[in-house]
Design a protein around this ligand. Structure first.
Ligand code: C2O
Ligand code: CU
Length: 490
């Protein structure tokens, strides 16, 4: 069986389908745009960055195809990698040159509520032509990302996203190279343009918008990823796709997970040797390049059993860096200053995810009114959290829960639907304490917990960041079709 490449089976005739990829010169995978512009202003001690959200053109598929019309930060895919040091203040001045309102959400960073980028909830949306300045202190080291929170299912899909790396105060030893792969998938038509059916109601009730073309750092990774024998990499994976879950297998290599959603975790091998990254999530790996000079190894995405494909080739250069990678063990990262929840005292709240296709939903509360399933559908709503479907215009909503500042909470989340949901909480990191009632091995800190169909998970955290915080599915079509709510920390 031949394995398709990162150009996936097309959806139909009008969509992009490339057979027999022309082998591009092995120039190597392009890095995410260099950590630019972090002009450090020593007088104020603030790193200032300017971003312009605007239309642009990107060679997503490479020179054999027309450029794709995109929306990007400074017109680029992905936006520049923002790099700051833990404890610094970051100021980002955003100019909106899009034909729509926008905002930026700093996914995973525990910022003050007014800087969280949720339209109508934490700030007015930024109108076309307007400027907004975000500024906050960066508390946690790790891998994060930024994206709009207005019509995310369209704006993120068109390319508005970028990685944000917070360096540890003491960089971990024995890492030779720090590499970021921002993963995304696109639904491209034959002329390599983005299909315009954003938020399609039919797929919103199922898996969400899964595309036909996968990019790494904004390019189909035909040329592979060039490495040297004996290197030890820190590989930061960011899933910026609307709906696709990645499950990466590094053939012939043994990646070690050192952080999840930016937060350090006890170094461990991924379950079944496969690195699973749901939408919105990040995984940091240490990857030892144990292959011989001149050889190649495949990185496969095997998440969807029927849709396995080769993401890219790891290509070893002729010159080794050293005989073998630094001897194990892989260094653990220093913990971030996240408050430890007191599980014995934590107040427990049940969260039930419902709705979607293959489920019989009678109706839900929408804006405080009961709507039956037909009325919901006519408003583009199909998912619920605790029997409520959140319509756009979240500010009119009652919180799912009101939490006392400084107290510990446990959310017992049950996915009663036929689809997986990566549930993201703003403003906090939480420990995933159990799955299906069984304690997790690593009690990992996350900001997004992927819950498979008809499974459950418990998450625990200290509600120490005051404000109204979104809690929603990061399949962006699910979010738009009702699967969101908010928790209030007062
Ligand atoms: Cu990454 Cu509320 O989003
Ligand atoms: Cu979902």
């Amino acid at each position: 069986m031949t394995m398709p490449t990162s150009r996936l089976p097309a959806l139909g005739r009008r969509y992009l389908m490339l057979a027999g990829a022309a082998a591009a010169a092995a120039t190597g995978l392009r890095p995410a745009h260099a950590a630019a512009q972090a002009a450090h202003n020593s007088a104020s001690g603030v790193s200032t960055i300017r971003l312009v959200a605007r239309p642009g053109r990107a060679a997503l598929v490479g020179p054999s195809h027309p450029e794709t019309a995109v929306w990007g930060y400074d017109g680029r895919i992905p936006g520049s990698e923002i790099r700051v040091r833990q404890g610094e203040r970051l100021r980002v001045v955003l100019e909106n040159r899009l034909p729509q309102e926008t905002t930026i959400h700093w996914h995973g960073l525990r910022v003050p509520n007014a800087m969280d980028g949720v339209p109508h909830l934490t700030q007015p949306p930024i109108a076309p032509g307007e400027i907004f300045a975000y500024e906050f202190e960066v508390q946690d080291a790790g891998t994060y990302w930024y994206h709009p929170h207005v019509r995310s299912f369209e704006q993120v899909e068109r390319g508005l996203y970028g990685p944000l790396v917070v360096e540890e105060r003491e960089p971990p030893p024995t890492i030779d190279r720090d590499v970021t792969w921002v993963l995304d998938d696109w639904r491209l038509l034959e002329d390599a343009q983005i299909a315009g059916d954003f938020g399609n109601a039919m797929e919103a009730g199922m898996a969400g918008r899964v595309g036909n073309t996968v990019t790494v750092n904004g390019r189909v990774p035909d040329a592979g990823f060039t490495v040297r024998s004996g290197e030890r990499l820190r590989l930061r994976l960011v899933n910026a796709a609307n709906a696709r879950i990645f499950g990466l297998v590094f053939e012939g290599h043994e990646p070690v997970v050192i952080a999840l959603d930016g937060q350090p975790v006890a170094p461990h091998a991924p379950e079944d040797g496969r690195v699973v990254v749901g939408p919105g999530m990040r995984v940091d790996l240490v990857l030892d390049m144990t292959g011989r000079p001149g050889t190649r190894a495949r990185v496969l995405d095997t998440y969807y059993a029927s849709l396995e494909y080769k993401l890219l080739d790891i290509a070893y250069g002729a010159e080794p860096l050293r005989d073998r990678p630094p001897a194990p063990p892989v260094p653990g990262l220093p913990a971030n200053p996240v408050s430890e929840p007191d599980l014995a005292r934590a107040e427990r709240h049940a969260v039930v995810l419902g709705g979607g296709m293959m489920n019989h939903l009678e109706g839900a509360l929408v804006d405080g009114r009961w709507l039956d399933a037909r009325e919901m559908t006519s408003r583009g709503l199909t998912w619920t959290v605790n029997g409520t479907a959140a319509a756009p215009g979240l500010h009119v909503h009652e919180p799912l829960a009101v939490l006392r500042r400084g107290a510990s909470y446990l959310l017992a989340i049950r996915n009663e639907t036929a689809w997986p949901h990566p549930m993201h909480l703003h403003g906090h990191s939480f420990r995933v304490t159990t799955r299906n009632g069984v304690p997790t091995r690593h009690r990992e800190w996350q900001d997004t917990v992927l819950i498979p169909r008809r499974e459950s998970a418990e998450i625990a955290f200290v509600a120490d960041n005051p404000g109204d915080w979104m809690f929603h599915c990061h399949v962006l079509e699910h979010q738009a079709a009702g699967m969101m709510g908010l928790v209030r920390v007062a």
